[in-house]
Design a binder for this molecule. Sequence first.
Ligand code: 4AD
Ligand code: MG
Length: 463
Amino acid sequence: TVSSVKTLLAGDVSPGAEVEVRGWLRSRRDSKGGFSFLAIHDGSCHPAIQAVVPGEIDNYQSEVLHLTAGCSVIVRGELVASQGKGQSVEIQAREVEVIGWVDDPESYPVAKKRHTFEYLRSVAHLRPRTNTFGAITRVRTVLANAVHRYFFERGFQWINTPLITASDCEGAGELFRVSTLDMVNPPRQDDGRIDFNEDFFGREAFLTVSGQLNAEAYCLAMSKVYTFGPTFRAENSNTSRHLAEFWMVEPEIAFANLDDDAALAEDFLRYLLNAVLEQCQEDLGFFNQFIDKTVLERLEKVAGSDFARLDYSDAVRVLEKSGKSFEYPVQWGADLQSEHERYLCEEYVGGPVIVTHYPKEIKAFYMRLNDDDRTVAAMDVLAPGIGEIIGGSQREERLDVLDRRMAEQGVHGLDWYRDLRRYGTVPHAGFGLGFERLLNYITGMENIRDAIPFPRVPRHAEF
Ligand code: 4AD
Ligand code: MG
């Protein structure tokens, strides 16, 4: 019967059984005794399984001795207790069927040696064959399942918000336009401007920067909802924390304020960390050994403790008194830069921290205005090594205040969104979790381009 490498190594099949594995060769080693060792991986777990191939099998000389890293094979044989250390079982091969050869072994881009992550990005179609990207892929899958499980168990509805939209939720002007117009010879209005009436949707349309506004509509009917999907931002920031296409989880809860929102964020994050600690032990062990020696200790600590909270105004005082020379100045009213965020969680708190009540000028129009008239009911969750991994807020549920804030920030239209405040408005709140940032936090990987299978960043849309 066909087994995954994981099943075999986990001891789910007893030695003596006839087994078949299908996968790719990581390496071949030939013994002086006239037999060979093949290491085969199939993506199911971190270690490859070893197959011992005796020189007596039919195609030993003609094929087995020509196998190189990357070849795809099916190996059939008996599962036996392993002689070598490290692995409990191996396959005593009776048959090695070669499915796909590697044309030119010298050119195989991910041959068995250490490659830099930067190099591996240039072969993104083959990097999943490496140990590191196999492990990232599995943790990502466990994490995505845990996201859905968390909300499902708590009665949230999953809302599939549109990827094509007319609204700029964050008001940051980082939209990718979606258009069917001939951009070489676009239809023009009398004043020379492009006539988007002629476009597919009869108006300008964009890829979404957040599903929040649509999620709010469903929240004010279904009470507890969340989105989980791709998000697009044309921010021209060539950093290790920004992607042009990333995945975001956005819960939205009705009859809730900022405290409820922060409590949800904290509970949710701890749940996710516990899920990977339970279900990804082997892969986390890999990251702990090869990527970041603090992974396990850090996750275990955070999964079991309360997050610190800090008012933005206090955060500014902390930063001012830190004695650090930051690249960007610290002053009340300015947004926290990544260096500030990292100081707060890495040096001041030594763990995740939830910063609340930011100045209204630096936050989006939909955040609820506080009584001081200067700050909004906003929160950011900052994590060591990453900075902001969650951004959220209580929403402005009062139509008159919302209208004022929209006017102040030059946000127009959105009558459907304003309707939600006209027909049975309620206090509500939500947040957005950057899925790749969380994945980097968990694995200790440094660059967000390594947390998504095919990263989209300025000047890179290959693959
Ligand atoms: O803070 P942001 O912009 O918040 C929103 O979009 C809200 N509408 C969310 C809500 O309240 N429903 O983004 C939320 C999170 C950030 O904290 C960050 O983790 C992630 O999304 N994020 C990015 N991740 C990767 N690449 C980018 N360019 C990102 N921009 C934001
Ligand atoms: Mg933010």
